[in-house]
Ligand binder design. Structure first.
Ligand code: ADP
Ligand code: MG
Length: 140
């Protein structure tokens, strides 16, 4: 087990549905600690940059439009194996396939409105965390 940090986003669909608090409860109950948080609205250009890894995928333009469609809450979560633990509590990308009790199973509407993002590896966390946060915005 290793203490890690991961980047989480509570996406615009969840902010719109007024479930920020309920999502954070799930994260906290999984043993993850919020060490940084901010509400931001990404520009289209920032959305393209954040999801650049998916730019060849057919859903890329829709994904960028969605992530920049309204405010989201970016979080840094810290804990033992935080990257895998966050992915576990998020559930599968498609809420219909997500395990019972996971965030996406409980709150997700569809594969493109699935409430949360989580870094998928240490390498992506290392890129995604500074995308949103400066060192002085992170608290132990
Ligand atoms: P995850 O968010 O679980 O890491 P991916 O990295 O594969 O999933 O995809 C990023 C986001 O793109 C997903 O959360 C989802 O909102 C969207 N997405 C993925 N696959 C599809 C798809 N087939 N159709 C529409 N949107 C998709
Ligand atoms: Mg992903």
């Amino acid at each position: 087990m290793k203490r890690e940090r991961t980047l989480s986003m509570i996406k615009p669909d969840a902010v719109q549905k007024n479930i920020i608090g309920r999502v954070i409860v799930k994260l906290e109950e999984a043993g993850l600690k919020v060490v940084a948080a901010k509400m931001v609205r990404l520009s289209k250009k920032e959305g393209q940059q954040f999801y650049a890894i998916h730019k060849e995928r057919p859903f890329y333009n829709d994904l960028v439009d969605f992530i920049s469609s309204g405010p989201l809450m970016a979080l840094i979560l810290e804990g033992e194996d935080a990257i895998a633990k966050n992915r576990e509590v998020m559930g599968a990308t498609n809420p219909k396939e997500a395990a019972a009790g996971t965030i996406r199973a409980e709150f997700g509407d569809s594969i493109d409105k699935n409430v949360v993002h989580g870094s998928d590896a240490p390498e992506t966390a290392a890129i995604e965390i500074p995308f949103f946060f400066n060192e002085d915005e992170i608290f132990e």
